[in-house]
Design a protein around this ligand. Structure first.
Ligand code: SAM
Length: 254
């Protein structure tokens, strides 16, 4: 297992219960858009990669025949199973697996979804090859993830802050990088939808070691007025807020 995956297991193992109720991960607007882009059909078999506590799997479950959610972290899967049982959802199953080596035969899924997780994958090309392998020809992929705009300063700064927030962070990609990555791995891109949420700085500092909290504050305190403007960093009700960039992208297997 690569360092990023070992770190993801450690960090998500500690933070699992937080993701069950996290406002960012339960955001109904984002989940609804994932479902819209997926355009699911009743007879579909769906794979939700890096399912975490299962929010995306559950959002899709009511529209399809069955969903399998896979994840690297047993503690996250324990939460997803608990949540599924509490909601009485019977067509979602969860399995421990790494996206870089999916334990499924080729061309069995109609849809693969992956939300807020790809920035942790140590080998994004290998992950996309695996997603491509298990999808049926014409099958759809929908990815939602943290992203950065086409701006070198913001790209570097946000990736650095995210690494301090979570040491398993590998890279959040620009929309143009996502487009190229999908095209290079055998997908025809159907939609690329960047979006932004203005969030408190505490979203970065929560559950983080004192050393990394210090690094986050040091990075923010050292910004010039132009850099603060580029991040939309400003006080809201006495608290610093800044932009978080995201992208949703969908495509189909050619
Ligand atoms: C933020 S959570 C995912 C949230 C979830 N997809 C949702 O929609 O609510 C990120 C998840 O990625 C998982 N993960 C990271 N690297 C992985 C890998 N290589 N294979 C499978 N899961 C991975 C982590 O264990 C963690 O549960």
């Amino acid at each position: 297992m690569k360092r990023a995956e070992a770190e993801a297991k450690r960090i998500f193992g500690q933070r699992a219960s937080r993701y069950t109720t996290s406002a960012a991960h339960t955001d109904p607007q984002v989940l609804a858009r994932v479902v819209d882009l997926a355009a699911p059909q009743r007879d579909w078999l769906v794979l939700d990669v890096a399912t975490g506590t299962g929010h995306t799997a559950f959002a899709l479950a009511g529209h399809v025949r069955a969903v399998i959610g896979i994840d690297l972290t047993p503690e996250m899967l324990a939460e997803s199973k608990r949540l599924g049982a509490a909601r009485g959802i019977s067509n979602v199953a969860f399995e421990l697996a790494d996206v870089h080596d999916l334990p499924f035969a080729r061309e069995i899924f109609h849809l693969v979804a992956c939300r807020r997780a790809a920035h942790h994958f140590s080998r994004i090309g290998q992950a996309l090859s695996e997603i491509h392998r298990v999808l049926r020809v014409g099958g759809r992929v929908v990815i939602d993830d943290r992203s950065v705009p086409e701006d070198d300063f913001v790209d570097d700064c946000m990736n650095r802050l995210d690494r301090y927030h979570d040491e398993s962070h590998v890279r959040e990609y620009r929309p143009s990088e996502w487009q190229r990555l999908l095209e290079d791995h055998g997908f025809a891109v159907e939609a690329v939808e960047p979006y932004v949420k203005h969030r408190p700085l505490t979203a970065f500092t929560a559950d983080v070691s004192p050393e990394n909290v210090r690094r986050i504050h040091e990075a923010v305190d050292g910004l010039t007025p132009e850099q603060r403007a580029a991040l939309n960093l400003r006080d809201v009700d006495g608290q610093p807020y800044l932009n978080h960039w995201y992208v949703m992208i969908s495509g189909s297997k050619v």
